[in-house]
Structures are given as C-alpha cells and as structure tokens.
Design a protein around this ligand. Structure first.
Ligand code: GDP
Length: 297
C-alpha cells in the first residue's frame, strides 16, 4: 500500500533530515520533488497545488528554517498536511445512533468490490460491535449476485434475506425492512445493484431504495486502483444521493494512493473503510493519521 509514493517521498525527506541547516531554496527544491511524486501517484491537480502551497507557506515561515532541527520540522508539516488531506485527525466511524433497524446502503459500480465489502462490514459489526446484522442483495441485474451475497453471509455467519426470484429491487428492499423489524435486527446492509457505468437507471433505482429504507449510512464502494476515476465516480454519486462515506477497495494493490489522497478534498466525503484483500477480515477502519504515517514510513 502506497509503496511507490512512500519510496519517493522517503528519498526527498531523507535528504532534508540529513542536513543541519536549511535554506528557503532547499525547501522549494524538496517541494518540487514532492509535487512530482504526488502527480505521479495520480493525485488530483488542485489537491496537489493546495498541498504544496500549504506546506511551503508553513515551512518557509514561522522560524522553521532557523530552528535546531529544520528538516524534521518540515517533515512534521508535511505529515500534518497529509492528515488534513486524508480527512483530518478524527476517524469518521459509522453513525449507528438511530432506532433499529439501522440501514446501511452500499452503492457503487460493478466490480468495485461492493458485495465483498458489504459482507466484510457485516462481519465487523457483528464481531467487533456485537450487532445483530442482516444483509440483502438488491442486485437483480447480475446473474448470481444474490447467491454470491448468500454464500458470503454463510462464510461470516450473518443472515441474508431469503432470495425470491423475479422480485424488483424496491420489492426486495421493502421485504428486507419487514424481515429486519420482525427479527429485531440492529443493522440491515442493502447491497444495491452495480452497473458498468454511472447511468440514470442506476441512480433512480438507488433513490427509490433510499426512499423506502431511509439509510443512516450510504457508503460508496470504489476501487482505489482506478485512481482519479474513482474520485470522478464518487463525484457523480455524490451529486445524486446523500453519500455519507466511501469504502476504498484494493488498497492492498495500490502503490500510488492517488484516490485515497484526492477523495476527501475533491468530493468532501470521508473515506470510512479501506479494503486490503479478498479475505473477509481484510477491511480496515480508515484512520488518516495512521495512513499518513504509513506514507511517510
Ligand atoms: P462487486 O461487483 O462490486 O460486488 O464486486 P465483488 O465484491 O464481487 O468483488 C470483485 C472482486 O474483487 C472479487 O474477486 C473480490 O474478492 C475482489 N476484492 C474486493 N475487495 C477487494 C480488496 O480490498 N482487495 C483485493 N485484493 N480484492 C478485492
């Protein structure tokens, strides 16, 4: 995760740290290299600009350069700016303060890792928070999507709504709400249909399901490997439904980190979870400060 970005930045900051005194030009040279590293990591241009401006302004001002350990101070400024870009010090957890059944609606494009993430979150809520959880697949487009969720449910020992062939997503959502109430479920996860592209039918379907289930959380699942495309997809969804957060999948294979670094700044939506593998426990709560530490090694 972030390996190539981390290597690039590590090289820049080792040089800075190793020097006793720093001149303004040294900082400007380092920032030029950081800028290139961020652009190569596929971070959105406005985010890179803001990042470099913030760090440069702080590093050349505030007596940093006249201090005893200027290199370390500059690295600290970069660390703080990274945390800010990734979403700030606070870890945005799931908001589950409501009368049950609390609904989490999972949305995203096909192949993003939506169904896998749904089951991972169900497992986490059940095992770490002791919640009674149910999952329902509303994906009637992709053959075997409902069956896939059922199999994952068995793997993580979470109940899934029984499949009734031929039902439409809104009918399944209504049935899921009834079943969740009847069975005193705390959290109901709705795995909505994905499409290959953002289209109006997908958006309309999501809105209809949201109207029936009034989700407390609407989580968009996007693939971090798609870089800035992931951020563009998030912007499209954010314009249509009230997204409460993002699940960034395949972080295990993402050496660059552009989606993670651009998401919050561009869309205003917090990354809540990171998918880090295919296994059911390969899901991390996204902590900006820990991620920043990982990037800076
Ligand atoms: P959906 O079409 O969005 O529901 O996608 P799936 O949940 O079916 O996932 C598609 C593929 O991506 C599956 O083979 C998953 O095992 C894999 N996958 C999902 N999340 C991750 C992740 O965080 N890391 C890795 N390496 N693979 C993932």
């Amino acid at each position: 995760m972030f390996d190539s970005l981390s290597d690039r930045l590590g090289g820049v900051f080792d040089k800075l740290r190793g020097r006793g005194a720093l001149k303004e030009q040294d900082v400007l040279d380092a920032m030029r290299e950081v800028r290139i590293a961020l652009l190569e990591a596929d971070v959105a241009l406005p985010v890179v600009r803001r990042f470099i401006d913030t760090v440069t302004e702080k590093a050349v001002g505030q007596n940093v350069l006249r201090s005893v350990t200027p290199g370390q101070q500059v690295v600290k400024i970069v660390n703080d700016a990274l945390i800010e870009t990734l979403g700030g010090e606070e870890t945005p957890g799931l908001d589950l303060e409501a009368v049950p059944p609390i609904v989490i609606m999972m949305v995203g494009l096909q192949g993003s890792g939506k169904t896998t993430s749904t089951a991972k979150i169900a497992k986490l809520l059940k095992e770490k928070q002791g919640k009674k959880v149910m999952m329902a697949s509303l994906d009637v487009n992709r053959p075997a999507a409902q069956e896939q969720l059922k199999v994952l449910g068995e793997q993580v020992s979470v109940a899934t709504l029984p499949i009734i062939a031929g039902q439409q997503p809104t009918e399944i959502a209504t049935r899921a709400m009834q079943a969740a109430r009847l069975q005193a479920v705390d959290v109901l996860l709705l795995d909505t249909a994905g499409r290959l592209h953002v289209d109006q039918q997908l958006m309309d379907e999501m809105k209809a399901v949201a109207a029936i289930s009034t989700p407390r959380e609407t989580l968009l699942v996007v693939d971090s490997l798609t870089g800035q495309d992931a951020v563009n997809v998030a912007q499209s969804f954010a314009g249509q439904v009230d997204l409460t957060g993002v699940v960034l999948t395949r972080m295990d294979g993402d050496a660059r980190g552009g989606a993670a670094l651009s998401m919050r700044a561009v869309t205003g939506k917090p990354i809540k979870f990171a998918g880090t593998g295919e296994k059911m426990d390969a899901l991390e709560v996204f902590h900006p400060s820990r991620v920043a530490n990982r990037i800076l090694g």
